[in-house]
Design a protein around this ligand. Structure first.
Ligand SMILES: [Zn+2]
Length: 82
């Protein structure tokens, strides 16, 4: 490829120009677009949410319910002082 600064021909693998040392910008083979990011994030979040419900469902028989006296704030206001 040719150097953008001095037009010297360099090796395709060269990172800097052999003559002037200018960094040769190599175009990436593939660069992700925002659509790719959105799609990938969507897949990751879907899998995570799915896994959360799957694990929740799977572990339900093994989980203990928290006793009501430990979490009085979860009870209705009228029931606390009974
Ligand atoms: Zn150069």
């Amino acid at each position: 490829m040719k150097c953008s600064n001095c037009k010297t021909e360099n090796k395709e693998t060269a990172k800097n120009c052999k003559k002037c040392g200018t960094i040769l910008n190599v175009d990436p083979i593939w660069s992700p677009t925002w659509k790719w990011h959105a799609k990938t994030l969507g897949i990751i979040y879907t899998v995570l949410i799915f896994l959360f419900f799957l694990i929740n469902w799977f572990l339900k028989p093994y989980l203990r319910e928290i006793p009501k006296e430990v979490t009085p704030w979860l009870q209705k206001a009228g029931e606390i002082h009974k």
